[in-house]
Write a protein that binds this ligand. Structure first.
Ligand code: HEM
Length: 393
């Protein structure tokens, strides 16, 4: 099969329903593929994706990382952001925010996460259908991020409403209106919040961000606001989708579900395999700062390149029998959190949240449930893989 016979776009509903067959074709027959639907080159092999992620001088993030259909521009949605910057500024900013985003702070969240999960599960009806996304997987990460930042309890519902509006505005369909309004409201809220923490420091992430300093450098007000919004964009829907994708996968593998319920110690390894097998972030983009020749294709300076993490994670060149879901695999090299300088800052938090959530679900609910997959609605957000709704019995 040649490049001409392949058609791939991350916005194609058939691809969104099941991207894995076309990924295999891309890897085997067109490892450097031009996608008219995404106006970008597409790299799908594990080795190529990792090489690009660790070469930010060639594969730049500064012009944006979300692949968009032709004619859609998302850059106006965001203030200067860590995730859309290159070294050396990225290195400085990352050093600054890492001072606030410490492993100690993550560990301290553990017991409050458990409480949030128990509260959410208590609100689920004992009989009858409920929606896994709106009832559990959606609210959990939003509440955790709000708690981590130090958002007061009384502002929590408002915060969640904005956060949900922000992540539900769909770039693939140019539906920016509600997202822009929510982003503006969040910026205003965070600006007031930052001023408050400057005047009255507390032991929370927001105070730590305001106080973070490295080699005489601070984050500017715009960078601080951008980072707060980034935490929501990067940490909310991704975790929601990991939980939803996990619920579906474990629904399809009752023997694994039973094994995990009997052996909670196996859950951390299972989370890694869930991340590998059905990655919430299937791909993000870079822009070439110089021409690159790869697999017989000439990619020009300024071209966009979509890096398919979700395909890299299914590449048999890196993972033997890659299409087989196996929690004994220990896939340390999976790239669901990216690789290189932009490696997910929230990976430890996402892993912890998912581990605690799965343990609680296995104990209380997930153990004997039925997922109404035909009744579920997939997200249509390009390479972000998950569900808008997931009815459960
Ligand atoms: C399962 C859940 C998650 C997944 C799959 C995920 C995935 C990713 C990926 C793939 C990247 C790399 C972006 C790139 O290559 O350009 C990234 C970066 C990032 N993530 Fe996550 N993420 C998750 C949860 C979180 C959480 C919970 C937070 C924080 C609350 C978070 C905060 C960030 C930040 C701040 C960055 C940017 C780092 C930088 O540019 O240096 N993520 N994430």
């Amino acid at each position: 099969m040649s490049q001409q016979h392949l058609t791939y776009s991350p916005f194609d509903p058939e691809v969104i329903a099941d991207p894995y067959p076309i990924y295999r074709q891309l890897r085997d027959h067109a490892p450097a593929y031009w996608s008219p639907g995404a106006s970008s080159w597409v790299l799908s092999r594990y080795h190529d994706v990792c090489a690009a992620l660790t070469d930010p001088a060639t594969y730049s993030s500064a012009s944006g990382i979300f692949p968009t259909p032709p004619g859609v521009d998302m850059t106006e949605l965001f203030l200067p952001m860590l995730i859309m910057s290159d070294p050396p500024r990225h290195t400085q900013m990352r050093q600054l925010v890492s001072k606030a985003f410490t492993p100690r702070r993550m560990t301290e969240l553990e017991s409050s996460i458990q409480t949030v999960i128990d509260d959410l599960l208590d609100q689920i009806p004992d009989t009858g259908p409920w929606d896994f996304v709106s009832g559990f997987a959606g609210p959990l990460p939003a509440i955790v991020i709000a708690d981590m930042l130090g958002v007061p309890r009384e502002d929590r519902d408002q915060f969640r409403t904005w956060s949900t509006a922000l992540i539900q505005s769909n770039p693939a369909h140019g539906e920016f209106g509600p997202g822009l309004a929510a982003a503006a409201a969040l910026y205003e809220y965070f600006a007031g919040f930052l001023a408050e923490r400057r005047a009255h420091p507390e032991d929370d992430l927001m105070t730590a961000l305001v106080q973070a300093e490295a080699e005489g450098q601070h984050l500017s007000e715009e960078e601080l606001l951008g980072f707060c919004l980034l935490l929501l964009v990067a940490g909310h829907e991704t975790t929601t989708n990991l939980l939803s994708n996990s619920a579906v996968l474990l629904g399809h593998h009752p023997e694994t579900r039973q094994k995990l319920a009997d052996n909670p110690d196996l859950v951390p390894a299972a989370v890694e395999e869930l991340l590998r097998y059905d990655s919430p972030v299937q791909g993000l983009a870079r822009t070439l700062s110089r021409p690159v020749d790869l697999h017989g294709q000439h990619m020009q300076s300024g071209d966009t390149v979509l890096l398919l993490y979700g395909s890299a994670n299914r590449d048999h060149r890196a993972f033997p029998n890659a299409d087989h879901f196996d929690i004994n695999r220990r896939p340390e090299r999976q790239v669901a959190f990216g690789r290189g300088p932009h490696f997910c800052l929230g990976a430890a938090l996402a892993r912890m949240e998912t581990r605690i959530a799965l343990n609680a679900l296995l104990k209380k609910r997930l153990f004997n449930w039925d997922i109404d997959l035909p009744g579920a609605q997939r997200l249509h957000s390009g390479p972000i893989r998950g569900f808008a709704s997931l009815p459960v019995q």
